[in-house]
Every structure is written in C-alpha cells, then in structure tokens.
Design a protein around this ligand. Structure first.
Ligand SMILES: [Zn+2]
Length: 477
C-alpha cells in the first residue's frame, strides 16, 4: 500500500508587547522569577482582567499578514484544565469566537513550487506560568515562575493541507517572515517565542479520508519539526503495516535520540465563555486603520525591488525575504553602490560571513555604511574584487572603516597604465615558454601570464587593465 501523510500545524507566537495581556505587568518573562506579577496575573480571586489594546493590535497585524478575515466581534473563553502552571484552573483563550478566520499563505512545497496553504483561524490567548524542576539536596522540587503567566500569545491553526515535512518547513519559513515583517513578534523557535505542534496522520494515497491523528510537541527549531514529522510518518506506517491501531494521543520529540515518545495525557475540560473580559469589537473604520498600519510585506517588496532596482526576480525575493535584510540592502544602495553589486555582495559574501560570526543584518558589525564604502571603492576601480573580499573579512575582525583598511593594508589598486605596462613586459620576458604556447594557439597561457602579473603586484593590479595591456603586448611581441 502506498501512503501519504496529512499534516496540520498549531503555532503559538509570543507577541512583542510592552505589557501582559490583561494587566500592566511588563511582558518580560526572562527577568528574575516572579517579579513581574500583580493580583491579576497571579490569578488571585476577585481580580478583574483588563484587555491590552496593544496586544489586540499586534494580533490583528498577524491576522492581516496571514490573509485572515478579522471578525467584527471576537471573545474570550475559559479553557478549563488544572495543572500547577495554571492554578486558576482555566486559560483565557478564544475558542468559540477567534479574532481571525480563513487565512492562507503562499509557501514553497517539496517540489520547490509555491502553493497556497490554508489557515483555519488565528486566536489570542494568555500564556501560562513556567514550571522549573530542580533537585534540592536529594529532594526533587518544582518551582513556579509567574513572570510568563498572562503574557500575550496568538495561536495559528492551519488546515491539514501539508503532505510532507518539506511542506511544513516552507510554511513555517513563510509564516515567520510574514509575522516578523509586522513587528508583532521575532518568532524565534530557539528562544521559545514561536512554538510549533504538529498533527500528523497517514492514509492510503489518493484517499480523502482523515484518519486518527497524533500530536507531536517539543520541537525547538524548524529542522526539529521536519525530523519529528519524518519520524512520525514512518512510525505510523510501521504501525499500520503490523496491524497495530493508531490511537489519538500526544507525543514528545526527543531531539537527542531523534524519536517521539508518548506523553501522559493532560486533563482537558470544556471551553466556556468568560463573563469578565470585554469582547473585542473591530469596526470597519478601525479595520481600515489597521490595514493602513500594515507595513509593506515581503511579496510586495520583492515586486518593488524588481521594478525600482532592476533586480532579477530570484534576487529580489532573496533580498526581501527577511525584513532586516531588506532594510540593510536598501540602506547600502542609498549610499551609492549599484543595486546589482550590492545584492551580489550581500548574498555571496556578507550573508555567509554573518552566519559564521553569528550575527544578523540588524546587528552586523559590518554596517550598511561600511559595506557601501567598500563597494563604492570596488566600483570606482580603486580596489579589485580579491582585495574587497579581504577588506570585508577584516571588517568582521576589527572596527576600522574600509577606507582605512585599504590605506593601511596597501590594497589600493594599481591602475596606472605605465606602471602596469612595465610589469607586463617583464612578466613576458621572464616567461618565454608561456608566450610560445600562446603563439601556438594555447589561449590558457594568457590566464597564466595574468596570474603572474597579479602576483607581481601582490594582487593589487586592476585585472581589466592588465588584460588589455597584456593582449596588446602579446600581439606586438
Ligand atoms: Zn500582572
């Protein structure tokens, strides 16, 4: 039997708001334990939650970026379950009336082609407290940190439109880029500001039946999500082939052992409308204001890059994929170098170097000003490409400007025709056999002679000039 996987994702994203969702405590879970708390987020009896306007706006931006229809009225429910990280016994979440519905995202699938994946809905909810398990002496103890309790989240629930781990990866990358553009979250799986649960089932290829699904949690990178999905698909196929039934349950991904293991079930109670939190009403006028606040998104920006900077489509897509990179690129171009040179140097040399040094475009030691300065010198033939590469790597090591590095390291290119002419003639004189080869039609000899000239100038000669002078000298000799 030939199987296919049916995959849906549930993604929790922390909103980068100043305060928590229902009180004015700072939204800063990493601070010293339990300092960002008040009667509301400690869930003390009688405390009345107040809804944060900023969280509603940031959640609405997520909905718009994911092409969801924002509902005129949405409301919070009490999702009842008891666990030590939620002592009030319920989590405030939008179960029955979510903020956004019926969204979609274009994402690259397993075959590399992009296709539209549907989003069922986006809802707001509060995060729960954090449990810390420690050993004190020989006694295991559990501590509760309420800094995270009540911080604002959105949960994005997709339709089961994905068929492979590659589909899920494409979707998550597109989702992350879209949300980062809005500034609503930094969506870092490593830092926990984006958490992904995957619902996976298998069925006979071509069937449209939805079988029992298994939920997998605890992945802390997009790579982990892919590995966990692949493992789970194989595990379920093996179950079916050996006649073992698949039952609804939750499994945890173990990133060290590369397996999923069954997790003990949590009691999940009903969802009942909350009587205290006011409903969210978004009028046509307000919706219009929100849409105007939405920044230029990656696909729009890519089209503008093609139009304004004459970039090829693929390059434009790369330069606009992440907001900080697109801003870096435009800052460089504003300072003088051509868009083509800037895009090439950013993708071929800057991005790999940033990766090696663990930096991002936003916090790069090589600022747009410095890269632009370097590229302007390159385009003015003051230095050659080889020197530019070593200036770039030196800029990652110290705080000198490219102009100073060029002066101090003597990278300034030799373009002076007389000086180059002398060097070319002496190279020709010292390499009679290469010249002989050239006369016998072996054109590769020119490359060898070029190399000798570059060596004689310690790599500083202007290669274009050398080529011209060398060709002339060879023709005349
Ligand atoms: Zn509070």
């Amino acid at each position: 039997m030939d199987f296919e996987a049916v995959i849906g994702l549930e993604i929790h994203v922390q909103l980068s708001c100043a305060t928590k969702l229902f009180c004015d405590c700072p939204n800063s879970p990493g601070d010293a334990p339990n300092i960002n708390t008040c009667p509301i987020c400690l869930w003390l009896p009688g405390a009345i939650p107040r809804l944060s306007e900023e969280a509603v706006e940031k959640a609405a931006m997520v909905c718009l970026a994911l092409n969801c229809r924002i509902q005129n009225e949405s409301a919070f429910d009490q999702k009842v379950y008891y666990y030590p990280d939620l002592p009030k016994g319920y989590q405030l979440s939008q179960h029955h009336r979510p903020l956004g519905k019926n969204g979609w995202l274009e994402a690259a699938g397993a075959d590399g082609n992009s296709r539209r994946l549907r989003i069922h809905h986006v809802h707001m909810e509060e995060d729960v407290a954090k449990l810390v398990h420690e050993i004190e002496g020989r006694t295991p103890i559990s501590l509760v940190d309420f800094n995270r309790a009540g911080t604002p989240l959105v949960e994005i629930v997709t339709e089961p439109d994905m068929r492979s781990s590659q589909d899920a990866m494409g979707f998550l990358r597109a989702l992350r880029a879209q949300i980062r553009y809005t500034g609503s979250s930094d969506c870092s799986m490593e830092q926990g500001s984006m958490r992904v649960d995957a619902n996976i089932s298998i069925r006979e290829k071509g069937s449209d039946q939805l079988n029992t699904k298994v939920e997998v949690k605890n992945m802390n990178s997009i790579r982990n999500v892919c590995d966990a999905i692949d493992y789970e698909i194989h595990r379920q196929i093996a179950c079916v082939q050996s006649g073992e039934p698949i039952v609804l349950h939750t499994r945890l991904w173990d990133p060290d052992k590369h397996v999923t293991t069954a997790m003990r079930g949590k009691f999940a109670g009903p969802c009942i409308p909350d009587p205290a939190v006011p409903h969210i009403r978004i009028t046509e006028t307000r919706l219009q204001q929100l849409k105007e606040k939405l920044p230029e998104m990656p696909d729009q920006k890519a089209r503008r890059f093609v139009r304004d900077y004459a970039l090829p489509q693929e390059t434009a897509a790369l330069m606009s994929a992440e907001r900080d990179l697109s801003e870096y690129f435009e800052a460089v171009v504003r300072l003088g170098p051509s868009s083509k040179t800037a895009a090439y140097w950013i993708s071929a040399h800057l991005l790999p170097a940033l990766k090696d040094h663990g930096q991002s475009p936003a916090d790069a030691r090589v600022t747009p000003e410095r890269l632009a300065g370097l590229l302007v010198m390159l385009e003015n033939d003051e230095i050659n490409a080889g020197s530019a590469k070593s200036v770039l790597s030196q800029m990652f090591e110290n705080d000198r400007t490219p102009e100073r590095i060029v002066e101090q390291s003597g990278f300034r290119q030799v373009s002076d025709a007389d000086a180059l002419q002398d060097i070319v003639l002496s190279v020709i004189e010292q390499n009679p056999s290469a010249v002989e080869n050239y006369r016998n039609g072996k054109t590769q000899a020119v490359g060898f002679l070029m190399g000798q000239v570059m060596r004689a100038t310690q790599g500083k000669a202007n290669p274009k000039r050398v080529q011209e002078i060398l060709q002339k000298a060879l023709a005349a000799s």
